[in-house]
Design a binder for this molecule. Structure first.
Ligand code: SF4
Length: 351
């Protein structure tokens, strides 16, 4: 049983983050925000796959101008991502973004950060303070190097300024591309404060390596009860980040949904399990099932139903056919060419 670290709760649009809220999945569009239609296409795709919150980069005033269209049509809350320019942050807040993400260290001065805080206060939206190993303040880096202590000191230094302005509607991220550094930093910040944490391994890599690195980094922290919202950073389509994020939550029983058990296949396998499993997985993903259901796809009748005894439903391969089983009990036989369609029909009946 995982005990979740208690954090304060904030609200991003209609999504609660922290406290007893479910852990939310975020992604970030990689289209040009100045093109609202393209950006919305990605947002729709992410939302359709279960993304809870989306972030968009706001590099200039043209991007700010596209915000009303995006905000009007986005089915999920939108976070504006700002670097360096406090005026862009204020304009984005005025256009109605549901949260703003800044690294106060690169905004230029406390006076400018204060202006952003005032605008967020006025709009009633939270701010994510995003500290990154790649852009630590010079004095902190000189004193502590690029370490977890440095990331925590930088974040807490910003937190103290926000608190001095009586602004508490914040969440924190301490990002590094090193998985051990990410884990250590979040463990330490989680001890140091109770603000909700946005967890992720930054610049994690391509879909293959980035999925592994993110799963280890985010998964380790979540399993220790640390993290209120997550983002998997992949050099790929944002929707791929969402799929991985949701699978990480599913793996830890932190989000309801289908679990597909597939045997690794061996010399006893009698039907072509791997393409069957891939197709069933894709179809099941499209069904957008929101309750726990375990589906087993096993290679042989001798061991399959027994090994997947806990599965709600499954098939096990025989010669040119499969048996359908429920909770380990064989129900009936299915010819090989109808395995996928019949299994999907049975799954639909179950849900
Ligand atoms: S279920 Fe059967 S085919 Fe699959 S790995 Fe186990 S023994 Fe091999």
């Amino acid at each position: 049983m995982m005990l979740r670290k208690e954090t304060r709760q904030i609200t991003v649009g209609n999504v609660k983050v922290g406290g007893d809220a479910p852990i939310s999945v975020q992604s970030m569009t990689n289209t040009d925000t100045r093109d609202p239609d393209k950006t919305l296409e990605q947002i729709y795709a992410c939302a359709a796959h279960g993304c809870d919150i989306i972030r968009v980069a706001i590099p200039d005033e043209k991007a700010v101008e596209a915000l009303p269209t995006i905000l009007d049509r986005s089915p999920i809350p939108v976070i504006g991502d700002i670097h360096f320019n406090h005026e862009l942050a204020i304009q984005a807040i005025e256009k109605g973004v549901h949260c703003i993400r800044i690294n106060p260290g690169n905004i230029g001065s406390n006076d400018r950060v204060k202006l952003i805080i005032d605008a967020a206060k006025q709009a009633g939206i939270p701010i994510r303070i995003g500290v990154n190993a790649g852009s630590l303040e010079k004095d902190i880096k000189k004193k502590l190097g690029v370490t977890a202590d440095a990331l925590v000191e930088s974040a807490m230094h910003h937190v103290q300024f926000f608190e001095s302005q009586k602004f508490y509607d914040i969440k924190l991220s301490l990002k590094a591309s090193s998985v051990p550094l990410t884990i250590e930093s979040y463990r330490k910040i989680s001890e140091a404060c109770d603000f909700p944490l946005h967890v992720g391994v930054t610049e994690a890599g391509t879909a293959f390596s980035g999925t592994i690195r993110s799963s280890i980094g985010i998964g380790t922290l979540l399993s220790e009860g640390i993290g209120d919202t997550i983002r998997v950073s992949l050099a790929d389509e944002p929707v791929e980040e969402v799929k991985v994020g949701i699978e990480i939550l599913r793996a830890l029983d932190l989000r309801k949904g289908p679990h597909i058990i597939v045997c690794p296949t061996c010399g006893r396998t009698e039907i072509d399990i791997i393409p069957i499993a891939k197709q069933v997985e894709a179809e099941v993903r499209n069904m957008k099932i929101k309750k726990n259901i375990s589906i087993a796809i096993m290679g042989c009748v001798v061991n399959g139903p027994g090994e997947a005894e806990e599965a709600d439903i499954g098939i096990a391969g025989g010669r040119a056919q499969a048996v359908l089983f429920k909770k380990g009990k064989i129900v009936r036989k299915i010819p090989e060419d109808r395995i996928i369609s019949e299994l999907l029909r049975e799954i639909s009946n179950l849900i």
